[in-house]
Design a protein around this ligand. Structure first.
Ligand SMILES: NC(=O)c1ccc[n+]([C@@H]2O[C@H](COP(=O)([O-])OP(=O)(O)OC[C@H]3O[C@@H](n4cnc5c(N)ncnc54)[C@H](O)[C@@H]3O)[C@@H](O)[C@H]2O)c1
Length: 166
C-alpha cells in the first residue's frame, strides 16, 4: 500500500465511475482530488462515498488497511481545474462518453499539466488514436477502462495510443 503522502490522483468527472475510482485510489492510500464542472456532482459524490465506505466497513468489505475515516480524509473535492492538477501524479478522466467533450477536456488538461503525470481515460469504446491526437503530452496518455464498478471488479483494460511511452 502507498503511504498517505502518495498522490494526489485527480479524478475529472465525479459521476458513477469517477466516484468508484476515487474510492479505489483512497483504499490504496492515495490522496484523491475529485473535480467536476457541476459543484453539486462533487457534493453528491463525497456524500455517497462516505455512505458507501461506512457500509463497507460495517460489513468488513472495505478495501485496504486504512479505516473508512482515514480513507475519507484522503478524498477532497475541487472545482478549480488549475488547482486540481497541481502536483497530480495520475489523472483519471471520467466525463460522459462523447468524443468531442473528451477531446476538449484533454486539450484543456494538455495545456496545464507537467511532463510526468499520467493522463488516463475511462472511455468504454473511444479509440486512443482519436482521443489523444495532437496532444503535446501524448506520450503520457493511455486508456484505462475499468469494468464497472471499478471498486468491486479488479479488472482494467489498458489501451495505449501508438505514441504512448512504455
Ligand atoms: N457506467 C459504466 O458502466 C462505465 C463502465 C466503464 C467505463 N465507463 C466510462 O466512464 C466514463 C464516465 O461514465 P459515468 O457512467 O461515470 O458517467 P456519469 O454521467 O455518471 O458522470 C459523468 C460526470 O462528468 C461530469 N462532467 C461533464 N463534463 C465535464 C467536464 N467538462 N469536466 C469535468 N466533469 C465533467 C458530469 O457532471 C458528471 O458528474 C465514460 O467514458 C464511460 O463510458 C462507464
Amino acid at each position: 500500500m502507498a503511504t498517505s503522502a502518495a498522490g494526489p490522483v485527480l479524478i475529472v468527472g465525479s459521476g458513477l465511475i469517477g466516484r468508484s475510482w476515487a474510492m479505489l485510489f483512497a483504499s490504496g492510500g492515495f490522496r484523491v482530488k475529485l473535480f467536476d464542472i457541476e459543484q453539486q456532482q462533487i457534493t453528491n459524490a463525497l456524500e455517497n462515498i462516505r455512505k458507501d465506505m461506512k457500509l463497507l466497513e460495517q460489513s468488513s468489505s472495505l478495501k485496504g488497511s486504512l479505516s473508512a475515516e482515514q480513507q475519507l480524509f484522503l478524498i477532497t473535492g475541487c472545482s478549480n481545474i488549475q488547482e486540481a492538477v497541481e502536483g497530480a501524479i495520475h489523472i483519471q478522466e471520467c466525463v460522459p462518453e462523447d468524443l468531442e467533450l473528451k477531446k476538449k477536456v484533454f486539450a484543456q488538461l494538455d495545456g496545464i499539466i507537467g511532463d510526468d503525470v499520467v493522463l488516463s481515460s475511462s472511455t468504454s469504446c473511444l479509440l486512443p488514436s482519436q482521443l489523444f491526437a495532437g496532444l503535446v503530452h501524448v506520450k503520457q496518455c493511455i486508456v484505462a477502462h475499468p469494468v464497472n464498478p471499478p471498486y468491486y471488479v479488479p479488472l482494467v483494460e489498458l489501451v495505449p495510443h501508438p505514441e504512448t511511452g512504455p
